[in-house]
Design a protein around this ligand. Structure first.
Ligand code: ARG
Length: 463
């Protein structure tokens, strides 16, 4: 037991203050001060509404609204003294407001509770992060689009199982990530639309007997409408979970691309050169240029997915409505949001700066019998073989080339005719990688003309 006096904000029935350990486990100010701006925005809207409804006098409301701006400028200016004894951002702000404006500060909390207050603040905070995530995704999409437009017809190997499969174009590969990020953006937008309801005015859990106007506060804070059920309003954290879930999928996409960049920038692949600005050196091996940014992006998903698992686990056993467990919703969500924004920005920088090694891409595109499918398709088209038989003939030719230690276009016509007598000179036209990609003109295929169509569509959308 400490000799502190009881809490000034709720200590009416308490004779003594909390133990230091109690304060340590209970206080959230060390992290929820990040929601100061949202807290003050919510309180200013609440005060204006209370005055409009005749619950507060205009002069009290004006003093509160002005005073809150002073508090905000102190916080933003770094002069605000945060106190763990005041637990959280809500009580820190209100207590300082009282020091600045005196008695009217005590009227601000009319018709609300910290339960609807924190739910509102956190929603506003998550909503800002959703907007930032959308911007980050779109900036990265633009960088990828730049790569795709420049290299719509550069050939590279396409892989399945990380084994050379068929030649594709650089632009097509870049556009695959543009599509993934497009789905990320749409997931963030969906989450935003669903979360955009205002909990303020649900009060502790049951609503309030004051004649408040929830429509007015909802509108002032940019929400589409007030939450319809006061119990749900204070108990819900779906909005954070949906953000984390969309963030997890987005981070998974970034992680996959990061993995490719790590592989591509290796001495064995040399598909891309990362810029010095987005690489690091080794303290012992002078020749090294390491793709650290890509590796860290690849790892960030761990924290983001971790936050999602942590929060869903916090929420899963909670009875209606608010429980203090829910204070654990913030720290990891903050960390996940920071990680996502940083990963998006780093990836954007890396993609903008990286240089594709066209000769290496093209050489790799032609190795590994990558045009075997083109050969089989030609046998079907030109010789009218059933595809199964064409597949078999091609397989025999691949085995022959492998035995000779050469690629398919290096076989002679005579060697080919030894496997199937009707093969003609014409076959060499389909064995080149450029012809191969140019022929893949089906919608969404890798042909440069298809890539340019898709890139133009996205360019128009993204600007
Ligand atoms: N710091 C608290 C949180 O983050 C604010 C809400 C406290 N509500 C309460 N009834 N103790 O959840």
């Amino acid at each position: 037991m400490t000799d502190q006096t009881s809490n000034a904000m709720w200590g009416g029935r308490f004779a003594a203050g909390p133990d230091a350990i109690m304060e340590a486990i209970n206080a959230s100010i060390s992290f929820d001060k990040r929601m100061a701006r949202q807290d003050i925005e919510g309180s200013r809207a609440h005060a204006a509404m209370l005055a409009a409804q005749g619950i507060l006098t205009d002069s009290d409301a004006a003093a509160i609204r002005e005073g809150l701006l002073t508090v905000l400028s102190e916080i933003e200016g770094g002069t605000f003294q945060f106190s763990a004894a005041l637990e959280d951002i809500h009580m820190n702000v209100e207590s300082r407001l009282k020091e600045i404006i005196g008695a009217p500060a005590g009227r601000l909390h009319t018709g609300r509770s910290r339960n609807d207050q924190v739910a509102t603040d956190f929603r506003l905070w998550v909503r800002d992060q959703i907007d930032a995530a959308i911007q980050g995704c779109e900036a990265l999409q633009r960088a990828l689009l730049g790569q795709a437009e420049a290299g719509a017809d550069w050939v590279m190997p396409g892989f399945t199982h990380l084994q050379t499969a068929q030649p594709v174009t650089w632009g097509h590969h870049m556009m695959a990530y543009v599509e993934m990020l497009g789905r990320d953006v749409s997931r963030f937008r969906d989450a935003r639309a669903r979360m955009n309801e205002c909990p303020l005015g649900a009060a502790a859990l049951a609503g309030t007997s004051f004649p408040i106007d929830r429509q007015m506060t909802a509108e002032a804070l940019g929400f589409d409408r007030p939450c319809a059920n006061s119990l749900d309003a204070v108990a819900d954290r779906d909005f954070a979970l949906e953000f984390l879930s969309a963030a997890t999928i987005c981070a998974m996409h970034l992680s996959r691309f990061a993995e490719e960049l790590v592989i591509w920038s290796s001495a064995q692949f040399r598909f891309v050169a990362l810029s010095d600005r987005f690489s690091t050196g080794s303290s012992i091996m002078p020749q090294k240029k390491n793709p650290d940014a890509a590796e860290l992006i690849r790892a960030k998903i761990g924290r983001i997915f971790g936050a999602q698992v942590a929060l869903v686990t916090v929420m899963k056993g909670l009875p209606m409505t608010y429980s203090k467990d829910m204070q654990e919703d913030k720290e990891q969500t903050f960390d996940a949001a920071d990680s996502l924004m940083l990963a998006l920005a780093a990836m954007e920088g890396m993609v903008r700066d990286m240089t594709a090694n066209r000769p290496a891409l093209e050489a790799a595109a032609g190795s590994g019998f990558s045009t075997a499918t083109d050969l089989a398709d030609w046998l079907v088209r030109a010789l009218n073989l059933p595809f199964r038989e064409a597949h078999h003939v091609t397989g025999t030719l691949v085995a022959l080339a492998e035995k000779k230690g050469c690629d398919l276009p290096d076989l002679t016509l005579a060697e080919m005719q030894g496997v199937h007598a009707e093969i003609t000179e014409e076959v060499f036209g389909v064995l080149g990688v450029h012809n191969s990609v140019a022929s893949r003109t089906s919608y969404g295929g890798t042909a440069p003309e298809q890539v340019r169509i898709q890139a133009a569509r996205w360019r128009e959308r993204l600007g």
